[in-house]
Design a protein around this ligand. Structure first.
Ligand code: RM4
Ligand code: MN
Ligand code: MN
Length: 424
């Protein structure tokens, strides 16, 4: 199904005067409002193909109905999101879950929805049917050269698919690691992994980036071979200028200071991409901003400050993506909420008075420095985000529009109540 602009405009008409009142009241209190709106309009967050269906846990999975059954339907779903929020203009594919059999056709379909192909993701954390060698004891780290080669070849295949679609980056997340002390020689595991990454790096097209994603634990619980930002940065530095670290918000040990990590990676020119989600305990993959919105704001604040310090384009120079899993909510509703939370945090980060903050820091005025950040965080910027959306042709209230147009009911009617998305 597709949403028509005329439907969105009609819904917006009913909300317009209330929005205008809120927007003019809030905008009056902010400097550089036009600059903020322009930046918000340009900012696009990629949607991962695997977040469009129900996830589940190892205890079970509950179907939500109308899930996309193939790549075309996944693109259509992201098209729906983008039509509503004008901020989800890219999709990130996972191979082999999303192998494009006819790349030109898939590309044309994405174009039709105004979508680009964000980072391609490889998968060496599961065994696929018919796969000759198993990843049970790792992929690039494996003691067996044959397994390592299989994982390298898979990544080269992912690059080839990405090239055909116009993607510009490869994200490698490895589940490699060990479950018990003694299982692994850490140094050899690192060296094998690096050697494999070097071969993949050598196959990257010149205008591509490779993102090395780290994760503290799970599925391995004693050690992970790319376990934290230090290890990821080591790989990225050794690989070369096209290699970067990717930060997934759920991949840290509890209470890690992610904003500081982000700041230092940016300082080194080695932050490449971002996976947004929220968590209370671990890799919970919950809706962005649903548990720790202040942390999200602080991270965005470092992102904005660090990108400005390097003269980077906020919208284009880093890979922005959601990485989430939906167990009880409608994934499309959840993703609308996630994108909204990201835009809000970004808008608040753009509002921080840098000069005043610098001065407060310089004079060690701790209370004032804290006030300056909290003032931005506590400002209600929802009407700014809505205004940016409105100007780009999106819905003033994307979630409300989604519900009143009965999108899920229509998807269920089209695809059935028991359709299952490929993915996790
Ligand atoms: C991992 C990691 C990767 C994602 C997979 C599905 O935990 O976050 O980014 O590709 O999940
Ligand atoms: Mn991730
Ligand atoms: Mn994850």
């Amino acid at each position: 199904m597709e949403l028509q602009q005329i439907q969105i405009d009609a819904l917006n008409d009913g909300l317009r005067s209330r929005h205008q009142r809120a927007f003019s009241y809030q905008a009056e209190q902010v400097d550089r409002i036009e600059d903020i709106i322009t930046k918000l309009t340009a900012f696009q967050v990629a949607i991962p193909s695997w977040a469009l269906g129900a996830g589940g846990t190892r205890f079970g999975r509950f179907s939500i109905g109308g899930e996309p059954g193939n790549l075309e339907e996944k693109i259509a779903d992201v098209g729906l999101l983008h039509k509503l929020n004008a901020s989800s203009g890219a999709i990130s594919l996972h191979i082999p879950w999303d192998i494009p059999t006819d790349a030109a056709k898939i590309k044309a379909l994405a174009d039709h929805h105004g979508l680009q192909f964000d980072a391609m993701n490889s998968n060496t954390f599961q065994d696929q049917p018919g796969q000759p060698l198993s990843y049970k004891f790792g992929s690039l780290q494996h003691t067996d050269k044959g397994v390592r080669q299989q994982a390298i070849d898979h990544n080269l295949e992912v690059i080839a698919h990405g090239k055909a679609l116009g993607s510009k980056s490869l994200t490698v997340w490895l589940s490699d690691g060990s479950n018990f002390p003694g299982q692994l020689n850490f140094r050899k595991a690192f060296q094998n992994t690096l050697a494999g990454l070097e071969e993949i790096y050598a196959a990257l097209p010149e205008d591509w980036k490779i993102f090395v994603e780290y994760k503290a634990f799970e599925p391995n619980f004693y050690s992970m071979t790319v376990g934290d930002w230090g290890q990821s940065l080591l790989y990225a530095n050794k690989l070369g200028p096209q290699a970067y670290t990717l930060v997934d918000l759920g991949h840290h040990l509890p209470n890690a200071n992610i904003e500081q990590i982000v700041s230092l990676l940016l300082m080194e020119g080695k932050l490449g991409g971002f996976h947004f989600n929220d968590s209370k305990y671990g890799d919970d993959d919950l809706t962005v901003g649903s548990i720790r919105p202040y942390q999200l704001f602080l991270i965005f604040r470092e992102l904005v400050e660090g990108m400005n310090a390097r003269g980077m384009n906020h919208a284009k120079d880093l890979g922005w993506m959601i990485d989430a899993s939906h167990n009880i909510k409608d994934p499309l509703e959840d993703l609308l909420q996630s994108v909204e939370a990201i835009m809000i945090a970004y808008a608040q980060a753009l509002m921080v008075d840098d000069k005043a903050l610098d001065a407060a820091r310089q004079s060690n005025d701790v209370a004032h420095a804290q006030e300056l950040l909290q003032h931005a965080f506590r400002t209600d910027v929802r009407s700014f985000v809505a205004e940016a959306r409105l100007r780009a042709g999106g819905a003033l209230d994307p979630l409300g529009a989604y519900r009143s147009m009965q999108v899920r009911q229509k998807l269920i009617a089209e695809r059935g109540a028991v359709s299952k998305a490929t993915g996790l």
